[in-house]
Design a protein around this ligand. Structure first.
Ligand SMILES: C[S@@+](CC[C@H](N)C(=O)[O-])C[C@H]1O[C@@H](n2cnc3c(N)ncnc32)[C@H](O)[C@@H]1O
Length: 361
């Protein structure tokens, strides 16, 4: 490589000598004008460079070109020397990365990664409710009950009475329809309301169920104090919530929050736990589930992989899908499909808490 650089340098030196001779023969330009009027690299815009290259007989051009090329070559020379110095290090890095990378497609030590860790399904939450003493005589409040599936499932499983509360009226209607369909409308009712101002008297419920809704709620301490208010002294509250981890980039968090109307502070693990305490709810147990329940959903229903492919298609042909679905629906679906994937990527993490109003009970 050194030899070829030397050859190029020699050629350009020759070019400069020839240029000077041409100047003398033509007698048109004095030598002293050659260097001072040569534009600097910074001044020479690309188009001017091209113009000069198109005029190979220009002495000025030859002088400038010679200087520029020599500078470029000298710079390149330095870079090459630097590159050569780093070569053993880079070689070792590439070998280390690719040895593991190619192997990671295969079995051997990677085979256990294809085996299930036997995640538990979402129904494990009902077992926790059972351990909290929910039974046929319990009155349960499902806060943020959504489409009412858990309200109905709790009633079916325990024979208990359930009130589902949700801020969205259309969820209330969906919940009522589901309760009729599942034959539990005699003991499952739905009320439209806000968790921050529960329309119930003090100490009414034996058990509060809050599944995947606290991330929508601002001012957690006051809101959770409202939950504590409607809970009987011997009652318990189950909170299943999702928090953002250090793997979540701020831009991703901001986008997800805006798309889903999430409250970023309410997705901080320490903020959530401090709010329990401030609300007078004592932590009885904490179980970090991470991606466990989502792994079950993927292993049994293939949800995340289907959503990943949906995402890929939506991102590749956004205009097509925006036209098909409408912009708002497209945006919400985009965020929704990221949700499961972010959980599997460890950017979001689910935790299960059991809280008691009175720790001595
Ligand atoms: C992710 S969904 C979860 C629904 C249900 N808990 C489940 O696990 O399937 C969140 C629910 O919280 C409800 N929600 C949001 N903010 C609320 C509030 N301030 N008060 C009551 N419900 C709320 C939403 O309408 C939505 O139904």
């Amino acid at each position: 490589m050194h030899h070829s650089v030397d050859v190029i340098l020699a050629l350009h030196r020759l070019c400069f000598v020839v240029a000077k001779q041409l100047m003398r023969i033509k007698g048109g330009v004095e030598e002293r004008y050659v260097q001072p009027v040569t534009p600097s690299d910074g001044e020479m815009v690309q188009e001017e460079r091209l113009k000069l290259l198109r005029l190979p007989t220009s002495c000025l051009m030859n002088a400038w070109l010679q200087r520029t090329v020599v500078q470029d070559i000298t710079r390149m020379h330095g870079m090459l020397e630097e590159g050569e110095k780093r070569m053993p290090e880079r070689k070792a890095q590439m070998e280390a990365i690719y040895t593991h990378m190619w192997a990671s497609h295969e079995g051997g030590p990677f085979a256990p990664l294809d085996e299930s860790l036997h995640p538990r399904p979402h129904s494990m939450l009902y077992e926790v409710a059972s351990a909290c003493g929910v039974n046929a005589s319990s009155l349960v409040l499902d806060v943020g009950s959504g489409r009412g599936n858990h309200s109905c499932a709790l009633a079916q499983r325990f024979g208990c009475a359930v009130v589902g509360l949700d801020v969205a009226q259309f969820h209330i209607e969906q919940g009522r329809a589901r309760a009729v369909q599942e034959g539990v409308s005699d003991r499952v009712s739905f009320v439209q309301g806000d968790i921050a101002a529960l329309p119930f008297e003090d100490e009414r419920f034996d058990f509060l169920w809050s599944r995947d809704m606290l991330m929508h709620v601002p001012a957690l301490p006051a809101t959770l104090a409202e939950c504590a208010r409607v809970l009987k002294p011997a009652g318990a509250m189950l909170v299943y919530t999702t928090v953002a981890t250090g793997r979540m980039e701020p831009k991703e968090a901001a986008w997800l929050s805006a798309s889903f109307d999430l409250v970023p502070e309410s997705m901080g693990e320490s903020v959530v736990e401090a709010a329990f305490q401030a609300a007078g709810l004592q932590l009885r147990s904490k179980e970090p589930l991470g991606s466990e329940l989502m792994e079950w959903v993927e292993e049994h229903e293939g949800r995340a992989s289907r959503e990943l492919m949906r995402l890929a298609r939506m991102l590749r042909k956004p205009e097509y899908y925006q036209e098909l679905l409408g912009t708002r629906r497209y945006e919400v679906a985009l965020a929704n499909y990221h949700w499961a994937l972010y959980i599997l990527l460890g950017k979001l993490s689910s935790t299960l808490y059991v809280l008691r109003k009175n720790v001595s009970l």
